[in-house]
Design a protein around this ligand. Structure first.
Ligand SMILES: Cc1ncc(COP(=O)(O)O)c(C=O)c1O
Length: 434
């Protein structure tokens, strides 16, 4: 097997189409077959090397096959793989202690799942138990998972096929400043989008809610980054109406934005934080964490997850967190992220296709528009950009309601010369498309 052009790779694609349900789509017309990963790089079956700026959808935070994490996972597999939480095991407890140490404020008690979707499900269950309310507020352009509850919280039509959904979820506009739903401009807008949360609660709920769920920066929706005061204002309103603030940190967690968790960027302590992706550097693990007082409302023995908290995933997650600490990867995300953002802003001066550059740390987005005045989403150009970048050895992600936002969310270990290489490839690609 060589690459997507060879017989063997064609076979792989044919078999993929035959044996996987068609809903599992793949990037690229001629997808490379990846066979190896190390830190910020991937290699395909032909031996071609790629700089990975998407990290397996914002997941490989410490780096592909990070040797120290891999070593600890292997040792655990050879010792004890699975028992369930009905029995006591050390790796789960050690991970929970570490999560309490890095989580903001009083967030201390956690429940471990296999995925972000399950984490959001559990958080919703807990919020209902704690508040004895059933109504939720979510943000437009959000993505919270693929279960019925996850889809009910998701504010994008392309991720909402197959309803009906859970009743009692209302949507607020969110803070999409580049396309302000109120037609205003920050800061003279007076944060109308945040203030509207109160109108929505008062007009579409019983006047009391279980929770508002939000991503600190909306990832899948197109790296939509709110103004710094947005979540402070929103939290005040949520508290006024008896609700909890659930921060979905599935993409923003574990150093991605330059702090352990994304909500720290906004100086706000959520009541519940959900996590996955970068938590395990590629292992299937997720979870939610909250204050003891909130956690106590789920009665003992009423929540369970067969694989959640298994020794292998929890060992890997703890190793991942310790590597992020030891290798100063949050700090790297902050400094390399601002260098990268500066360079992207320079590209924006040169290429009219770039309508907006936004994000924090190593969670950056470039919104492509075919006309800066009308802000017409440039979907076809986005597809070409992805193909050209891939051909030149750089993998980028795609997001946004119209699929016109470049998502740059690499492993947090990238360095300045990786950024320079990526900018060179992007610059040439934008030039070609123009
Ligand atoms: C913000 C956010 N929440 C939840 C999820 C769902 O996580 P998972 O795919 O692990 O179920 C995702 C997945 O992309 C996500 O980006």
């Amino acid at each position: 097997m060589k690459n997507a052009q060879t017989m063997e790779s064609e076979d792989l694609l044919t078999k993929r189409n035959e044996y996987l349900i068609p809903a599992t789509s793949h990037y690229y017309e001629n997808p490379p077959v990846f066979t190896k990963g190390l830190m910020q790089h991937l290699w395909d079956s032909e031996g071609k090397k790629y700089l990975d700026l998407f990290a397996g959808v914002v997941t490989v935070n410490a780096g592909h096959c990070h040797p120290e994490i891999a070593k600890r996972i292997k040792a655990q597999i050879d010792t004890l793989q699975h028992t369930t939480t009905l029995y006591v095991t050390e790796p789960l407890i050690r991970l929970a202690i570490k999560l309490a140490e890095i989580a903001p404020g009083d967030l201390k008690q956690s429940f471990i799942t296999n995925s972000g979707t399950e984490a959001n499900e559990g958080a919703a269950l807990l919020a209902k138990a704690y508040t004895e309310s059933h109504d939720f507020i979510a943000l437009r352009h959000s993505f919270h998972g693929r279960s019925i509850m996850g889809m009910s919280f998701t504010g994008q039509s392309n991720w909402r096929g197959g309803g009906p959904y859970v009743a009692g979820v209302q949507f607020v506009s969110g803070a999409y400043c580049y396309r302000c739903p109120f037609g205003k401009t920050y800061p003279s807008c007076n944060l109308e989008c945040a203030k509207d949360v109160e109108n929505v609660i008062r007009t579409t709920t019983p006047g009391k809610i279980a929770a508002l769920i939000a991503e600190p920066i909306q990832g899948n929706g197109g790296v939509i980054t709110p103004p710094p005061e947005y979540f402070k204002e929103v939290k005040g309103i949520v508290k006024k109406y008896g609700g909890l603030l659930i921060s979905d940190e599935v993409q923003t967690g574990f150093g991605r934005t330059g702090t352990w968790f994304g909500m720290e960027q906004w100086g706000v302590e959520p009541d519940i934080m959900t996590m996955a992706k970068g938590m395990g550097n590629g292992l299937p693990i997720g979870g939610f964490i909250t204050r003891g007082e909130v956690a106590s409302k789920l009665k003992p023995g009423t929540h369970f997850c067969t694989f959640g908290g298994n020794p292998v995933s929890t060992t890997g997650a703890l190793a991942n967190i310790e590597v992020i600490e030891k290798e100063h990867l949050k700090e790297n995300a902050a400094s390399i992220g601002s260098y990268l953002k500066e360079k992207l802003l320079e590209l924006q001066q040169k290429h009219p296709l770039i309508g907006d550059v936004r994000g924090k740390g190593l969670m950056l987005g470039i919104e492509l528009v075919s006309d800066r005045k009308t802000k017409q989403p440039a979907m076809a150009e986005m597809k070409r950009l992805m193909e050209i970048c891939k051909d030149n050895g750089v993998l980028i992600g795609k997001g946004g309601l119209d699929g016109n936002v470049v998502r740059i969310k690499p492993p947090l270990c990238i360095n300045k010369s990786d950024v320079d290489f990526a900018i060179h490839v992007l610059d040439e690609a934008f030039g070609k498309i123009a």
